[in-house]
Design a protein around this ligand. Sequence first.
Ligand code: CU
Length: 154
Amino acid sequence: MKMFKRSTKISAVALMICAFMFSANSFAQKTVKIEGHDNMKFSVEKITAKPGEKITVELTTKSKLPAVAMSHNFVLLDQGVDARDFAMAGSKHKDHDYIDPAKEDEVIAHTDMASGGETVKVTFTAPKKSGDYEYICTFPGHFVSGMKGTLTVQ
Ligand code: CU
């Protein structure tokens, strides 16, 4: 009888530990801090994530230039999207953060534009399908200057 009581206690503790680990895991959040500089490059060009993982991207623009000359955003594109076409189409949509409204379904997640000293963020769920996903800055001229990176889901 004594033995039985003891093992019940142990399994209750084990259950609590499991519950705690499970809840800690579901609240675990990956935050990726990226800086955008005047050289028109992201300071982080590779991000990895597990399928369905929750990620927050924080983008800070480090620049002394005015917003009209130097702003950055983070735009994660779906697989198979031509990033060059996407950036070109977006350049005509200044009032829409340089994202073509007609192409919004090609975007998995994006931040607002951040000018010098500003930080913008977006939280999203990594795609379920593993593979590479391209992210770009849609400020005119930045993608062609190499302002891009890859999110690898694996
Ligand atoms: Cu940019």
